[in-house]
Design a protein around this ligand. Structure first.
Ligand SMILES: [Zn+2]
Length: 561
């Protein structure tokens, strides 16, 4: 087995019942992307894995409501989401789908082995049932009041507000979302994981996360899970859409695996799929103690990653690794309100791209600056305009362009060579050389917003340095060249480091500078060498107008345009 340290970075699988919106991006895909981009650029061995979650009640609900087959729905949205991730330049190595044969086969294998080990408990329970549709109403088909926090629109399997897992019958005043009637309770049998009997293992997992001292949020959720009594959890469902159970008993003929039981195995099957396509060994990632598994997820899914997954996979085969760190972001709101696909209160990537095909980096920038890291955050069109006009143009592109223009004016477009570095210049350069490490440390501790802030600070330092030394007022060639040389080194660093955050802009920077991208680990002194010829300045970002922003606000509020 390979002894080198490896990383598996995962982004939570989105449900394929709708298009990708800015909430998914800020919560999961962007942080995972920045993390992966940085790690690759310092030569770490890493795979970045994700895929579509194509089973579960939410897809079936959409299919019933819109009278289309679930297959058509997943095919449409899987394709759309994949396209959107490409547009956003999310650097995923394998974007998979859980409807794939390999995933079905693997999930059944895990289930069968656990079933044979008597890992599950069979229980007769009552299930919500909609008489009109003759359908057992699993999970998201039933909405009611959460008994833990009184949230009015809690799902029957989990409250989105407090994160608690619920069982059938827990909801107060349950309603079928298909008919809005109160569903009846009908008898059925299902298989359960008895967490009470896995108590020892749960405490072991808790200790494991505690030892790392970085998973505070997770520890809180696990404590809460223990405190609320380690409720049994059914892992089979009376549904027609999903992974059919292997042939164990006739009573299970029309049941499927609970979506969380199998979707979470998608991280593994996505890796196997990637390995098959690239002739690699997936075991060297998943069955390697030196691999760090880093999950990027939304806050409502912590328990599935921190408890369900480790318990399932370790009981299946001890050799598998469990998460090293679970990065769970809070929620991103939009103009002060909760993002909702069904209420059409969202900015979809497809729509954004339609209006602003050349401003993807500005969206990435805004979403990193407003990433919901420790608390819910808010995206507004006004802030988007501010980030674009005042920071990306006003600070970043402004400094870059100033330097390019000056080098053309005073040095004919060549990086100056007749220079004499004084103490103040050396100080600035030494400060700049430390930035890759500083930014890296922030990314390592998952503080992506501060990392971006640090990055933009490079341009702030540059602007200040340039204004203070005003090379355009200096007649002494060596003195003037020295200032331009120092400034050129700063734009060199700015260009290479931009790759972690704003990759479309990187291309533009590099083209003007007439250089190729370097990995961060290779960044050193003289990133632009003496006498190197650079190209003419070009506009990097166009300005956003008030009209454009007002137009978007009107679209969002469905006002007449
Ligand atoms: Zn609740």
């Amino acid at each position: 087995m390979n002894k080198n340290k490896k990383y598996i970075v995962t982004a939570a699988f989105p449900y394929t019942n709708g298009n990708l919106h800015i909430g998914h991006v800020a919560g999961v895909f962007l942080p995972a992307d920045i993390y992966s981009r940085y790690l690759r650029s310092i030569n770490k061995k890493l795979i970045f894995i994700s895929g579509s979650d194509e089973h579960g009640a939410s897809i079936l609900i959409k299919s019933i409501k819109e009278n289309i087959s679930p297959r058509k729905i997943i095919n449409k949205y899987h394709k759309n989401i994949k396209e959107d991730l490409k547009i956003l330049k999310i650097s995923i190595d394998n974007y998979y789908r859980t409807s794939d044969k390999l995933h079905h086969k693997y999930s059944k294998k895990v289930f069968s082995k656990l079933y044979k080990k008597n890992f599950f408990e069979e229980k007769t329970t009552y299930q919500y049932y909609d008489k009109k549709y003759k359908l057992y109403l699993a999970d998201r088909f039933v909405i009611g009041i959460c008994p833990n926090c009184n949230y009015k629109f809690s799902y029957s399997d989990q409250c989105e507000k407090c994160g608690n897992i619920l069982n059938v019958g827990d909801l107060i005043n349950p309603k079928s979302i298909l008919t809005n009637n109160t569903p009846i309770l009908k008898k059925t049998i299902n298989l359960f994981i008895s967490f009470k009997s896995k108590k020892e293992m749960i405490y072991k997992i808790l200790k494991y996360f505690k030892k790392k001292k970085i998973n505070n949020k997770i520890i809180k959720i696990i404590y809460n899970f223990i405190k609320t009594g380690l409720q049994d959890r059914s892992i089979t469902r009376d549904l027609e859409w999903g992974i059919k159970l292997p042939n164990i008993k006739k009573e299970y003929k029309f049941k499927v695996l609970y979506v969380w039981f199998e979707a979470i195995l998608g991280y593994i099957t996505s890796t196997i799929d990637w390995a098959n396509k690239n002739k690699k060994k997936w075991q060297s990632y998943w069955k390697n103690k030196r691999t760090k598994l880093i999950n990027f997820i939304g806050k409502d899914n912590i328990i599935f990653h921190s408890i369900f997954f480790p318990i399932i996979i370790k009981n299946y085969n001890k050799k598998y690794i469990i998460p090293y760190y679970i990065n769970s972001n809070e929620f991103l709101n939009l103009e002060g309100k909760k993002i909702s696909t069904s209420k059409n209160w969202a900015i979809f990537i497809k729509t954004f791209f339609k209006y602003f095909p050349n401003l993807i980096d500005s969206l990435r920038y805004s979403l990193i600056m407003d990433m919901p890291i420790n608390k819910d955050s808010n995206f507004t069109w006004e802030k988007f305009k501010f980030y674009h006009n005042s920071e990306l143009i006003g600070i970043l592109a402004n400094f870059f362009n100033r330097v390019i223009v000056l080098i053309h004016k005073f040095c004919n477009g060549y990086i100056p060579n007749k220079i004499l570095l004084k103490k103040k210049d050396k100080l600035i350069l030494n400060k700049i050389y430390k930035y890759p490490k500083k930014i890296g440390n922030l990314i390592y501790t998952y503080d992506f917003r501060k990392a971006l802030y640090k990055y933009i600070n490079l341009a702030r330092i540059g602007n200040k340095y340039l204004s203070k030394n005003s090379p355009w007022t200096i007649n002494d060639v060596i003195k003037r060249n020295t200032i331009l040389y120092v400034s050129s080194q700063i734009i060199g660093y700015i260009s290479h480091l931009s790759y972690i955050f704003i990759p479309y802009t990187t291309k533009k920077f590099l083209k003007i500078l007439n250089i190729k991208l370097l990995k961060i680990i290779k960044l050193k002194k003289n990133v632009l060498s003496f006498n190197h010829k650079i190209n003419k300045p070009k506009i990097i970002f166009r300005k956003l107008t008030n009209e454009e922003i007002n137009y978007q606000k009107k679209i969002l509020n469905k006002l007449k345009i």
